[in-house]
Ligand binder design. Structure first.
Ligand SMILES: NC(=O)C1=CN([C@@H]2O[C@H](COP(=O)(O)OP(=O)(O)OC[C@H]3O[C@@H](n4cnc5c(N)ncnc54)[C@H](O)[C@@H]3O)[C@@H](O)[C@H]2O)C=CC1
Ligand SMILES: NCC(=O)COP(=O)(O)O
Length: 326
C-alpha cells in the first residue's frame, strides 16, 4: 500500500480548499485523501479554473491519484459555502472532518494527517468550544500533554503554552509543564528528527529573563529550578535566555529547538524568518500531524493568489516523518 495521508482543508470559506486543489495538480507518490464536502471542492476548483476529479476513497484501494485527482471522504457542509464568507452553521462540519481524520489515524487506517487552517472564532461561534487543532487532537486521542512546534529552515520553535489568553500564561508556566514539554521535545527530536542528543534553548518569560528577579520572579522560582532538574536528568538545555536576544544566529545555529513560553513570544520570529515556508508539527501525539504556518486568509479564498508553499511543505514533512517511522 502507498503512504496514505488524511487531509483536512479546514475552514471551507478560507484558502484551505484552494491550496489542496492547487497541490492536487502535481504528482504525489502517496495517496492523498481529503476529508471535506465534495461539492464545495468542485465549486472552488471551478472558481479557480483548475481541473479536479474526486474519487470515492476505499480503504484497501492501493491506487495513487494522478495530477488533477484526489481521493475523497465526502462530509457534507450544512450551508452552501461562499469563498471568503464565514458561516457559523458550518462549524460542526469543520470539527467533524477533524474528528474523522483523528479516528482514522488513531486506528492506523492512515499514516498521518495534514491539516489546513481552521477559523477558531467561527467554530466557537457555532457553539463548539475549540482552541486549536493541537488541543483538539490531544483531547480526542486522550493524550494529556502535546507540544506545538513550528519549523522553518534554520529554526524550530516549540511552545510551552499554546492558545490561552496572555493573562493566564504566567500561571500556566509550572515546573511540571516545563518538565513534560521538554521531555516531549527531547524524545521527538530523537525519534522524529534523528538528533541523538538534542540541544534545547529556552526563553525566559519576563523581560531580560527577569533581571535577577527585579523584572519578575518566574525565572528564579520556576524556570531555572525546572531546567536544573532536567539537566540532572541528562537533557541538554541552555537558558533561560532573554527572549529578545535568544533569536540571533549564534544561538539559532546551536539550537535544535528553541522553547518559547507563549505563542506570540516565539511565532512572530519564526514567521518573520519563514512565513509561507514553515510547517506546524504536533509533538507528543500518538500519530503524525503536520499543518500550515498560516490562517484562513479569507481575503484570498477563491482568488488563486494564496501561496501553497506551507501546505506543500506540510505534506512533504508528513511523508518524511512517515518514512522515518516505517
Ligand atoms: N493552522 C490553523 O488552523 C491556523 C488557523 N489560524 C486562524 O486563521 C484565522 C485568520 O487568522 P489571521 O490572523 O488573519 O491570519 P492569516 O494567516 O489567515 O492571514 C494573515 C495575513 O497573511 C496572509 N496570508 C495568510 N496565508 C497566506 C497564504 N497562504 N498565501 C498568501 N498570503 C497569506 C493573509 O492574506 C493576511 O493578509 C484565525 O481564525 C486563526 O485562528 C491561524 C493560524 C493557523
Ligand atoms: N499559530 C499557529 C496556530 O494557531 C495553529 O494552531 P493549531 O490549530 O495547529 O493548533
Amino acid at each position: 500500500m502507498p503512504i496514505k495521508l488524511a487531509i483536512t482543508p479546514g475552514e471551507p470559506a478560507g484558502i484551505g480548499p484552494d491550496l489542496i486543489i492547487a497541490l492536487a495538480q502535481s504528482q504525489w507518490d502517496a495517496q492523498l485523501v481529503v476529508l471535506a464536502d465534495k461539492n464545495m471542492l468542485l465549486e472552488r476548483a471551478s472558481q479557480l479554473n483548475l481541473p479536479l476529479e474526486l474519487m470515492a476513497y476505499q480503504q484497501h484501494n492501493p491506487q495513487v491519484q494522478k495530477p488533477g485527482q484526489l481521493f475523497i471522504i465526502d462530509i457534507p457542509v450544512a450551508n452552501k459555502v461562499q469563498a471568503g464568507v464565514l458561516d457559523a452553521a458550518n462549524g460542526q462540519y469543520v470539527v467533524e472532518t477533524l474528528r474523522q481524520a483523528c479516528a482514522k489515524n488513531m486506528d492506523g487506517e492512515f499514516d498521518a494527517v495534514v491539516t489546513g487552517p481552521v477559523h477558531k472564532g467561527i467554530i466557537n461561534k457555532s457553539g463548539i468550544s475549540f482552541s486549536g487543532h493541537t488541543e483538539y487532537f490531544a483531547s480526542q486521542s486522550n493524550t494529556q500533554d502535546v507540544v506545538m512546534m513550528l519549523s522553518t529552515e534554520g529554526l524550530r520553535v516549540v511552545l510551552a503554552t499554546t492558545h490561552i489568553p496572555l493573562a493566564y500564561v504566567a500561571k500556566a508556566i509550572t515546573r511540571e509543564r516545563l518538565h513534560k514539554v521538554l521531555h516531549i521535545v527531547h524524545t521527538d527530536m530523537q525519534l522524529k528528527f534523528g538528533i541523538a542528543q538534542p540541544n534545547l534553548f529556552v526563553c525566559g518569560l519576563n523581560p531580560h529573563a527577569g533581571e535577577d528577579g527585579h523584572l519578575g520572579r518566574e525565572e528564579l522560582d520556576i524556570i531555572i529550578p525546572a531546567l536544573d532538574e532536567l539537566r540532572e536528568q541528562g537533557l541538554r538545555i541552555t537558558g533561560p535566555l532573554p527572549a529578545d536576544t535568544i533569536f540571533q544566529p549564534k544561538y539559532m545555529e546551536q539550537a535544535d529547538a528553541i522553547l518559547a513560553m507563549y505563542h506570540d513570544q516565539g511565532l512572530p520570529v519564526l514567521k518573520y524568518k519563514g512565513f509561507g515556508d514553515s510547517v506546524n508539527i504536533t509533538l507528543g501525539l500518538p500519530f503524525i500531524r503536520t499543518s500550515v504556518d498560516h490562517g484562513t486568509a479569507l481575503d484570498l479564498a477563491g482568488t488563486g493568489h494564496a501561496n501553497s508553499g506551507s501546505f506543500k511543505r506540510a505534506i512533504l514533512k508528513a511523508l518524511k516523518l512517515v518514512e522515518r517511522k516505517q
